[in-house]
Design a protein around this ligand. Structure first.
Ligand code: UD1
Ligand code: CA
Length: 459
């Protein structure tokens, strides 16, 4: 049985106080709507995706321009959830079942939706309900003495007794498509908000003797919507907790799962350990026995076996070889490749650099646009001067070179294998292999020299 999924995403999201349309607000680094689309695509039967946009429609469509499986519909005025679904009718000609989801309800799991789809008879109207301790803001579920769902009544249309009901409509609904156009045509805005309510279709189903199946979500938090920054933060924590629990079940060790954020995908080997306040973004791969220190940020990184990343290092678009040691306070920028067993220490910045196996740059250094061999020692305060104000130039350093502290390498420049550069040198020309090279002005001393004194000026 085929399934068409209509995702409502036309709302403004006034309470987000943001120029970004609500469904583009990020959860775990991805727009809310991307989560819903991702989950929708995991459903069986190759579902067709229909998205209703309104506020910020162009921006929303742009954000998903590369996703060719989405059909877009514009809802000019937000006249209610029923009116929103009506926009998709032209695209639902061949539909059999229509599932309605929301662009601002990002936590719903594919498994939950599959259970909902399976448990709802194909000719029935299905709706997801939940028992909430605080049902405020939701439509209440009215059931008969036999427990059959009779109606959804919006809170503003409820009397006091109905308002006290704790079973609510979570919004997610499933329709037999053959009935949908007819039911939507029957909608009237005769309610407290003057809107076309999708929820009124439940009443139509009852009067047409179409069975109504209320599916109680075991974890109603999954259907929480995002309307303001507090709900967004709640959703983020909920999502992160669920994600880290799954990783822990696969063997990730985390000092504090509440203080670990993953905004992308993380794969890892055996005995990996993550200290508190680590943020992982994009695609990150850890080998075996990798230790990630407190406060480390990793984005699109590949890390080999037995690597130690010490606290407060930031590593982006880089590859770190086995047994390397990075940080604390290292900044590894895009295009860096750190060789096996190499060390990069505190306040070292690298960009577009290869640092060979066993090489060390342990303190206060900038290495940019450089190819550095193996067994090289980069002293404290060394700088590759790669930028002349207009263009970038490369530095090449051979194997087993020793670069003394506080050396400036004025690129383009080459240093031959095995060379030693004396501390404090400004290197402007090629350094031959082997031997000692240094550029240093001669030291002089002035004996009996008097320090200047502060002059006394009369008041
Ligand atoms: C709706 C349900 C309510 C349920 C609640 C769950 C109706 C009438 N009520 O109420 O029973 O408890 O969801 O959260 O359906 N939207 C559009 N176009 C519109 C109107 C809404 O795209 O014209 C989108 C909004 O962007 C939002 C979603 O539909 O994502 C829900 O709309 P909203 O008006 O917030 O519905 P609720 O009042 O929360
Ligand atoms: Ca409303």
């Amino acid at each position: 049985m085929s399934i068409d999924i209509v995702i409502l995403a036309a709302g403004k999201g006034t309470r987000m106080r943001s120029s970004l349309p609500k469904v583009l607000q990020p959860l775990a680094g991805k727009p809310l709507l991307a989560h819903v689309l991702g989950t929708a695509r995991t459903l069986p039967g190759n579902p067709r995706l229909h998205v209703i946009v309104g506020h910020g429609a162009e921006t929303v469509r742009q954000a998903f321009a590369h996703e060719r499986d989405i059909r877009w519909y514009q809802q000019e005025r937000q006249l209610g959830t029923g009116d929103a679904v009506r926009q998709a009718l032209p695209g639902l000609q061949d539909a059999e079942r229509v599932l309605v989801l929301y662009g601002d309800v990002p936590l719903l799991r594919g498994e939950t939706l599959r259970n909902f789809l399976h448990s709802t008879p194909v000719d029935a109207l299905g709706l997801c309900t939940g028992e909430l301790t605080d049902p405020r803001g939701y439509g209440r579920i009215l059931r008969s003495a036999q427990e059959e769902v009779l109606e959804i009544r919006e809170e503003r249309d409820c009397n006091a007794e109905e308002r006290a009901l704790r079973e609510v409509n979570l919004g997610i609904m499933l329709f037999p498509a053959a009935r949908l156009a007819d039911w939507l045509a029957r909608l009237q805005p005769g309610n407290a908000q003057g809107e076309y309510y999708l929820t009124d279709l439940v009443g139509f189903a009852c009067s047409d003797d179409v069975p109504v199946h209320g599916f109680r979500l075991p974890q109603p938090e999954e259907a929480l919507g995002v309307n303001d920054p507090a709900q967004l933060a709640f959703a983020e924590r909920f999502y992160q907790r669920r994600q880290v629990e799954a990783l822990q079940r696969e063997g990730l060790r985390c000092a504090d799962p509440e203080r670990f954020d993953l905004r992308g995908t993380l794969s890892f080997g055996a005995d990996c350990w993550i200290e508190p306040n680590v943020i992982v973004e994009g695609q990150v791969r850890l080998g075996d026995r990798v230790r990630i220190g407190a406060g480390v940020i990793l984005r699109d990184v590949e890390i080999g076996n037995d690597v130690e990343i010490l606290p407060y290092s930031m590593i982006e678009e880089a590859k770190i070889g086995a047994e390397a040691r990075i940080g604390p306070f290292a900044r590894i920028r895009p295009g860096t490749e750190i060789g096996n067993a190499a060390h990069v220490g505190n306040f070292v910045e690298t960009k577009k650099v290869t640092l060979g196996a066993g090489s060390k740059a342990n303190h206060l250094t900038y290495l940019g646009d450089a190819e550095i061999g193996s067994g090289v020692n980069i002293g404290a305060g060394v700088i590759t001067c790669n930028y002349d104000g207009a263009n970038k130039h490369r530095t090449e350093i051979g194997d087993d070179v020793f670069v003394g502290s506080d050396t400036q390498l004025i690129a383009p420049v080459k240093v031959g294998a095995g060379a030693t550069i004396g501390a404090g040198s400004t290197i402007t020309r090629e350094v031959p292999a082997g031997g000692l090279t240094l550029s240093r002005s001669p030291q002089k001393s002035v004996p009996h020299w008097q320090r200047p004194k502060k002059s006394v000026t009369p008041a």
